[in-house]
Design a protein. Sequence first.
Length: 218
Amino acid sequence: MTEPAGPADATGSTARARLLAAVLEHARGGGLADVSLRALASAVGTSHRMLLYHFGSREGLVAAVVAAIEADQRKVLNDIAGDWTGDPEGAVRAFWADLADPSRHESERLFFEAVAMSLRGRPGTEGLRETLVEPWLAAAASAADRLGVPADEARAEARLGMAVTRGLLLDLLITGDRAGVDAALDRYVRGYVDPARPRPGPEDQPSPNTTVTDTATS
C-alpha cells in the first residue's frame, strides 16, 4: 500500500484509514473507473484536497483501495482453507465461487486497472507491486500446507493456482462467459488439483537427449 503524502502521525493515519474505508464502500457499490477525485470526494463527504493529501494522486488512491481489497481476499482464502482442511479440490472450488461472484466484479475490474497502472510505473502505485504476488504466495502456500499439499511443493502449487484463477477471472470479466470459465476451472481441478491424481516427478520428465520418433503414417 502506498504511503500517505502528509505526516504519518496517529491522527493522520486514523483519518486516512477512515477515508479509505469510505472509498472502499463506494468502490464496491459503483466502482472508481470513471470517477474524478472531485466527484469521489463529494460522494464520500470530503474534499479532493484531503484525498490528495492522504493518497498523493488518484493512482495512489486506487492502489490503496486495491491493496485493501486484496488483503480481504487473502483472509477469505485463509478461512476457506480452514473450512476445507485436507480437501484441496473443495477449497479451490469454494475460492473460485467467491471470486466469480458478480458482487465482486467491480472491485476486481479495479484490481486489473491498478495492475496495469503499476506495470506502467504510474506515480503512487509503486508499493502495489509488493502486494500483488509475494503476499499471495505466502498466503496460498500456507493454505496449501493446511490442505495437505507437501511442504516442498506448496509454493509452486500456490503460484500455479494464483495464475490459473487470475487468468480465468480476467476471462470472466472480459467475456462474461461464466459457464465457459467454470468448465475450465473444473478441468483444472479434476486434472491437476484432485489429490488422487499422481503428480509427475523428475523421473517422469523426458531426458534432454531423448529423441522423439514421429510414428505418424501418411
